[in-house]
Write a protein that binds this ligand. Structure first.
Ligand SMILES: [Cu+2]
Length: 744
């Protein structure tokens, strides 16, 4: 079943760094029509000096195209240099080569492969339902090796749409799990796998899949110990801003269920407050804010020890523990919704603050009233003060305080010794409050907690500001928006895996997969809707296709909002094309310089400088200039903010590197990210935590190389700018600031 299509366009996907002049062509995909969306040209300078050069077999130039560049801008005042190219080119008849050219220099050439092997068709696995999961189909052609000039696409077209959507692209063939629930309103789905040999595409296989017959065929069980056995129906978690209204049905039913669960006793395993206590508990704050009376009993010893104070932070278990916690919570809400007469397919919405115009708190959460004007809306929380103390209750995420840089980190597990802590965190046992957070936990997870919750002074009650519910781990689970924030973090975990499936993978060690229970420590366990315990392991949580839910969209964020090149379609693996596959191997971590003493942070922020060791500085400069040896790790420069102590979990500090301006001019400043102090109070108090505070690691390679990379700077300035003023009484202090290098 092969056919040749008369394609008239090719879609070229490439990347380029206009500073280093490095770039490569990732994919060339044929198409019959233009596929690029309009409106990206705004970020494009009039002449970027980048060209796609079309050549015939004799090397004669047939034409030159100036492609649109989509820069990976992360901050407004930083000039971005890395760009992704997704350009449609009309194909001249004699086309046989496409070159990527910059300032007249040829950076890369693409020549299509002509010959294709007929044996490929036999290895297509197509539409095999996963055992026990009739809503999911595995697609791909395992066993096909990589060949230059050959790319495979998995595409789908629901019967209610006119265009093919690209689900995955790869060399060799991508493996992809199609979730039938990803196509709302469609009765059937065309799915095809095409082989693209340069300017020609060939359909290897194409089938029609009926969607309606399988949907909801198997009722969901609740009692099974294994989530796989209970998970036959896939529930789709959707964007809360795109449900069709401020009080769309899923939000209204969520509010009703929250209201019902709030009335239950704290020590009832299916109550709202029992679930918040599983994350963390603070008697003083719970009672002061009215979530518990002094006389109310908390769970008895056995239930407390088994279920409460379980949240994993500063650990490689952060993501899988919260995933299991969310699964159990979603089941409880769904079951409650059904009891109240609502739909059986309720799923937890997610809040993606990285989408344009969606960084505000969803309106249903910010109104004290139900949609009919009656008060007592359970989604509204008084102790949710937001990022601006001048406007308490105005809740939004300032986009200059958050980013999606974690999505570009290839290693799930990092190191706690000052190097990159990894996308998912550092290797620990059961860890209810580790001092080094993983990259996704550090950003945006921690910031969003503090920016939403904020803090407030209660004179006469406490000399220190008190955190909003979301600002502290011991109260966060009481706020209904917590669960939508964590659904987004959970979505970003799976989005990260899909961005670059060949490289971005979860840990394979048994002590991660089997969890702390396998080390003789506490199990990860939550109650099901009927109150029976459900134990889960990180390994089960890592098997996303076997879970009972999915997301409507795996795009991390809008490119211009979040500074990330997003995939063209939900589930498409294009964005991973922006970076070269990362080299793996042991990394050396060495200190390049450190500040002399602790740095107090008050009011608008703080400033200090880091003296650079001359030998290390020269080594970094040489490594940055030469680039990595083949297969070696690239030189990475990291800023460590060590042993940050204090009593203000809501504080978010934007971090900048500075170098003196020439001839007394104002300093040159480069933003390098931000830190959120979520959990710092507990980490500071040796009676409840370790007393060592929290430590943060920011990748500053680019800013450092601009300010000190030539090797002639003695020191480099570090400036912290607080999103909201830091109160003196909060006693926020950074133990030491150091700059380290990580490389081969
Ligand atoms: Cu959290």
């Amino acid at each position: 079943m092969s056919e040749h299509q008369g394609d008239t366009f090719v879609h070229v996907i490439a990347n380029i760094d206009t500073e280093t002049g490095k770039g490569s062509i990732r994919y060339v995909l044929p198409s019959r029509q233009r596929t690029s969306s309009a409106g990206r040209a705004a970020a494009n300078p009039p002449d970027n000096q980048v060209r796609l050069v079309l050549l015939d077999a004799a090397g004669t130039v047939l034409g030159r195209v100036q492609p649109e560049l989509r820069f990976e801008a992360c901050h407004g005042d930083e000039k971005p240099t890395r760009a992704i190219i997704q350009q449609d080119v009309e194909v001249p008849a004699a086309l046989s080569e496409i070159d990527l050219e910059y300032r007249g220099q040829k950076l890369d050439a693409f020549r299509p492969e002509r010959a294709t092997s007929e044996a490929i068709e036999e290895s297509v696995t197509f539409g095999l339902p996963l055992p026990g999961h009739p809503d999911k189909l595995t697609l791909g052609t395992p066993g096909i090796g990589q060949r230059a000039g050959v790319t495979y696409l998995i595409q789908a077209k629901p019967n209610n749409a006119a265009q093919w959507q690209t689900l995955a692209v790869g060399q060799p063939t991508p493996q992809f799990v199609v979730d039938k629930n990803q196509f709302p309103g469609a009765a059937s789905l065309e799915v095809r796998i095409t082989q693209n040999t340069g300017f020609q595409s060939r359909t290897l296989d194409q089938r029609t899949i009926e969607l309606a017959t399988n949907r909801g065929a198997v009722p969901e069980g609740l009692g099974g110990a294994n989530i796989g056995a209970a998970a036959a129906v896939t529930h789709v978690r959707r964007n809360v801003w795109e449900l069709g209204g401020d009080w769309a049905d899923p939000i209204l039913w969520y509010a009703r269920a929250v209201g019902a669960l709030r009335t239950k006793a704290i020590n009832d395993r299916t109550s709202w407050r029992f679930w918040a206590g599983m994350h963390g508990y603070h008697q003083g704050l719970w009672e002061f804010y009215g979530y518990k009376s002094a006389a109310e009993p908390i769970p008895t010893g056995a239930d407390f020890d088994k279920f409460w104070e379980q949240c994993q932070h500063g650990s490689w278990f952060f993501l899988p523990w919260h995933r299991g916690y969310l699964i159990g919570f979603e089941k409880l809400i769904r079951s409650t919704v059904q009891t109240l007469g609502g739909p059986a397919d309720w799923a937890l919405p997610y809040w993606n603050y990285f989408k344009a115009n969606q960084n505000g708190l969803p309106p249903a959460f910010g109104s004290p009233d139900w949609p009919d004007g009656q008060g007592n809306n359970p989604l509204f929380i008084e102790q949710r003060w937001g990022p601006d103390p001048q406007q308490p209750g105005n809740v939004f995420i300032p986009l200059d305080a958050v980013d999606l840089n974690a999505m570009t980190v290839p290693d799930f597990t990092g190191v706690a010794s000052g190097g990159d802590p990894g996308f998912g965190g550092v290797d620990t046992g059961f860890e209810h409050g580790g001092d080094t957070h993983g990259d996704l936990e550090s950003q945006p997870h921690d910031q969003v907690h503090g920016l939403v919750g904020g803090e407030k002074l209660f004179p006469g009650v406490s000399t220190r500001p008190l955190p909003g519910l979301m600002s502290a781990p011991q109260t966060a689970g009481l706020d209904p928006i917590f669960w939508l924030h964590h659904a987004n973090i959970d979505r970003l975990w799976e989005a990260w895996r899909r961005l670059d499936p060949a490289n971005n993978s979860d840990p394979q060690q048994a002590r991660w997969k089997d969890g702390p229970a396998s080390l003789g420590q506490r199990s990860f366990v939550v109650p099901l809707a009927n109150g029976t315990p459900w134990e889960f392991t990180p390994g089960q949580m890592s098997d996303f296709a076997s879970l009972d839910y999915t997301y409507s969209d795996f795009t991390p964020g809008d490119p211009l909002v979040a500074g990330m090149p997003g995939p063209a379609r939900p589930g498409a693996a294009l964005a991973g094309g922006a970076a070269m596959p990362p080299p793996r191997g042991p990394a050396t971590v060495e200190v390049v310089g450190a500040s002399s003493g602790p740095l107090p942070v008050t009011g608008a922020g703080a400033q200090t400088s880091v003296q650079l060791d001359a030998t290390m500085r020269d080594k970094v400069a040489a490594n940055l200039a030469s680039g990595p040896a083949p297969g070696a790790r690239a030189e990475t420069v990291l800023l460590n903010l060590e042993n940050v102590r204090g009593y203000s979990d809501a504080t978010v500090l934007k971090v900048y590197l500075e170098s003196p301006g020439p001839g007394g001019a104002p300093p040159i400043e480069r933003p390098v990210g931000s830190i959120g102090l979520f959990g710092v109070t507990k980490a500071t108090d040796p009676n409840v935590g370790r007393g060592e505070g929290l430590s943060y690691v920011l990748n500053i390679t680019k800013a450092y190389s601009e300010l000190a990379g030539s090797g002639n700077a003695d020191k480099i300035g570090v400036r912290l700018k607080a999103v909201a003023p830091v109160h003196d009484a909060a006693d926020v202090k950074i133990g030491r600031i150091s700059i380290v290098r990580q490389g081969g």
